[in-house]
Design a binder for this molecule. Sequence first.
Ligand code: PSV
Ligand code: MN
Length: 424
Amino acid sequence: MIDKSVIEAENEKRMSALLADYDALGEHLDRRGISIGAIKDKAARFGVAIPSWGTGTGGTRFARFPGEGEPRDIFDKLDDCGVIHGLTCATPNVSLHIPWDKANPDDMRAKADQHGLGFDAMNSNTFQDQPDQAHSYKYGSLSHVDAATRQQAIAHNIDCIEIGEKLGSKALTVWVGDGSNFPGQVNMTRQFERYLDAMKEVYKNLPDDWRIFSEHKIYEPAFYSTVVQDWGTSYLIATELGDKAQCLVDLGHHAPTVNVEMIVARLIQFGKLGGFHFNDSKYGDDDLDSGSVDPYRLFLVFNELVEWEDTPGLNLSHMIDQSHNVTDPIESLMVSATEIQRSYAQALLVDRSALAGFQADNDALMATRTLKAGFRTDVEPILAMARVEQGGAIDPVATYRASGYRASVASVRPKVSGAGGGIV
Ligand code: PSV
Ligand code: MN
């Protein structure tokens, strides 16, 4: 955790500038008929979950370059998540990946409580073999041709639910790497039948107040076909399973030109959007930091979320899912969380009745200008004020660097090996 006195000292240096900027923005928004306080309160209530795996340095199949003081286990990861939330006040929950984060649930909960953190969706991992595993996932997991392998994957997902129940989680995200690498390698219809049957078994074990999210991905690690390749297949899965099943959209899991905000709109319209994995990309599933390449695309996703935020039953799990190869993961996660929150605040500024009027008049130019007016507004004073009022930092990265946290944990966390690839 970062000492309160460090946060206060760093805030003190920036407070008068923040007050001046906040007042100026308040006057500007007032002229647009917007209450800055209302936007700030909504932004303050916004939260995005930190992926436990994101606190470690990622890697590619070529190499991994570990940083100083990397977390050794889930308890170190929760400490890092506590730092991120303490400074940004925007990441109240952690999303776990099992078996990467397998540990005593009571101990995990106690550690999370120390930092005021809760647990968002559990993520099951059946895309990798574990040392003690009876059946290999080399040729698939929930859709494997072998019944015993499918059963092992089903049991693992049920295990994730049971761990999650002890932690207070309310959802399970299922992503599988199952697919094929050669035309003709699999019978695509039979493979999907097996997948659906296996998911139905998992679904039977879902508590009444839980949801299960189906996460689609166009390719990788299977490079010819993937069993849950797109939102249409994900929608079929969620529909086949029942009301507690919804779709999860990972922003990086589409072909480069796909209109993701339209997918979001469709899934909301039919009650099947459950949540997000946020990241950014240029070429494929690059897992770059949220909002780092195309912040307008992120804004357009939030524009749909705000447009439909009063939809009855809409309850979204917001999670980050990115890989940090060249930065300190804590810094990247803090910046990403605030970029996601920024897109939300900007989308809140869109004049929705003016937009509806321009749409009704087929005034394409004015409609798109109305969106841009939200996107162009610098909402940083709103986000900073929301943080300060909750005890966070005006400038999370500067405050983190001033705290010396990384150096202090490096002295007790030995540097891990950088040999070999390490895709997370
Ligand atoms: C797969 O690429 C994925 O997006 C899934 O959500 C996994 O659980 C996660 O990445 C692992 O980082
Ligand atoms: Mn994902």
